[in-house]
Design a protein around this ligand. Structure first.
Ligand SMILES: [Zn+2]
Length: 413
């Protein structure tokens, strides 16, 4: 009996002591002149108190500043809901295409992805959704182990497209991708913008993909350039429509009605392709005709973006960038504000609390508040008045760990 209760005490002590030790660690105190909470709130002269990986309180009177971010604008780490984390330029300067450059080893591909992950984190993005590539899973898990610097990564692994098969085959495919570790399902319901964006899946196929994802508790995001694919996605109850350059008022109204998220991949994507034209030209559907479609797509996208904003559609911040765009994902803010007329605060909300809600992580990230993960960034300047401030990310903390602290004229311990 005595031995038994002694054992019990040891077990309980073993469970409790590490907790006590953690609680006694000195908190990190971040002093902020201007704090944007990710939901539209602005607070001045406060401290964010971080214990372990989480924010414990936001307190104007907290003592013992660890990081003084005076003169900077502090906000939640940004979330990009649509990237291709392993996309890169080859040593010959051309965009990598697995079918063309067969001599690249999986290890080389992974190292490019690791580089991209580092650059994206340094750019202020503490969470990204990569949609998707089979190698994403191992990168996601490696970053989650805490040593490799990168954003929290979600991935769809392999997508559903026109070659996946019948609705029954699509359901089986979705089950397999989830079993393989996908966080969400990616569906190509239409062709690429470079091929006109017409539909490639039937309503029954989209129903099967999004329906099966839902029954497994997973989200489904749908690449749809034109209105037909987007309508099918909304009717099938999919989570989000990606791209949607040519969405009609009717489909936008339907999205508003159903609460479908819209991820317009608005500015950086097409501008990046056009700026790096020589690096993409000749790869897959990147031909002169494709570039013409993209050039024409810019004003169409601006018009669609404005119509979506007027309808108060739940817009999230996804860039769809790969090579040339990863690490400067923040340029999307500038395009949205400057060319799309989006108010800066709204653009920030779309990349923080609303993006978090769209990936069902709103209880963990996207807002600066007690009990949230300590994903905290700071930019030099005020992005509400000066869009170029989005380019000056000088402080990055993810899960309580500081990865970047290069504020001008400032030293810290
Ligand atoms: Zn994409």
């Amino acid at each position: 009996m005595v031995a038994k209760s002694g054992l019990w005490i040891l077990l309980v002590a073993g469970l409790i002591l590490p907790e006590v030790a953690r609680a006694q660690e000195r908190p990190t105190v971040i002093r902020a002149t201007t704090l944007l909470d990710g939901k539209g709130g602005v607070t001045r002269n406060v401290s964010i108190v971080v214990q372990g990986t989480r924010i414990t309180r936001i307190d104007p009177a907290a003592q013992g500043t660890t990081y003084d971010l005076k003169g900077l604008t502090v906000m939640p780490g940004w979330i990009d809901t649509h990237v291709h984390i392993d996309a890169h330029f080859d040593p010959n300067g051309k965009s990598h295409d697995a079918a063309l450059s067969r001599d690249e080893t999986p290890e080389q591909t992974m190292l490019y992805a690791v580089e991209n992950a580092y650059n994206v984190l340094m750019a202020g993005f503490t969470t990204v959704q990569s949609v998707g590539s089979p190698g994403d899973r191992d990168l996601r898990n490696a970053i989650a182990r805490g040593t490799i610097p990168g954003p929290r990564l979600l991935t769809s692994l392999r997508p559903v497209n026109e070659t996946t098969g019948t609705p029954e085959q699509i359901r089986a495919f979705v089950r397999q991708v989830v079993a393989d570790g996908a966080d969400l399902i990616k569906i190509f319901a239409t062709k690429s913008i470079r091929e006109g964006g017409g539909p490639i899946l039937t309503q029954a196929q989209v129903d099967a993909a999004c329906g099966e994802a839902r029954s497994l508790g997973k989200r489904a995001i749908v690449h749809a350039q034109g209105p037909e694919g987007a309508r099918a996605a909304v009717l099938a109850g999919c989570t989000s429509v990606e791209h949607g350059y040519r969405l009609t008022d009717e489909v936008l109204d339907l999205m508003a009605q159903h609460g479908t998220y819209y991820d317009p991949n608005f500015g950086l994507l097409l501008h990046n392709y056009i700026e790096n034209k020589e690096k993409f030209l000749g790869i897959g559907n990147f031909n002169e005709e494709g570039f013409e479609y993209m050039q024409k797509g810019i004003p169409i996208g601006i018009d669609t973006f404005k119509r979506a904003m007027n309808r108060k559609i739940k817009m999230v911040f996804g860039t769809d960038v790969g090579a040339g765009g990863l690490g400067r994902n923040f340029e999307e803010f500038i395009y949205r504000i400057r060319d799309g007329g989006q108010p800066p605060m709204e653009a920030i909300i779309s990349a923080t609390s609303r993006a978090a809600e769209s990936i069902r992580m709103q209880d963990k990230i996207g807002t600066l508040a007690p009990s949230m993960e300590a994903d905290i960034i700071a930019v030099d300047g005020n992005p509400l008045d000066d869009v170029t401030a989005f380019r000056r990310v000088v402080f990055v903390m993810k899960g309580g760990k500081v990865y970047r602290n290069v504020a001008p004229g400032r030293t810290s311990n």
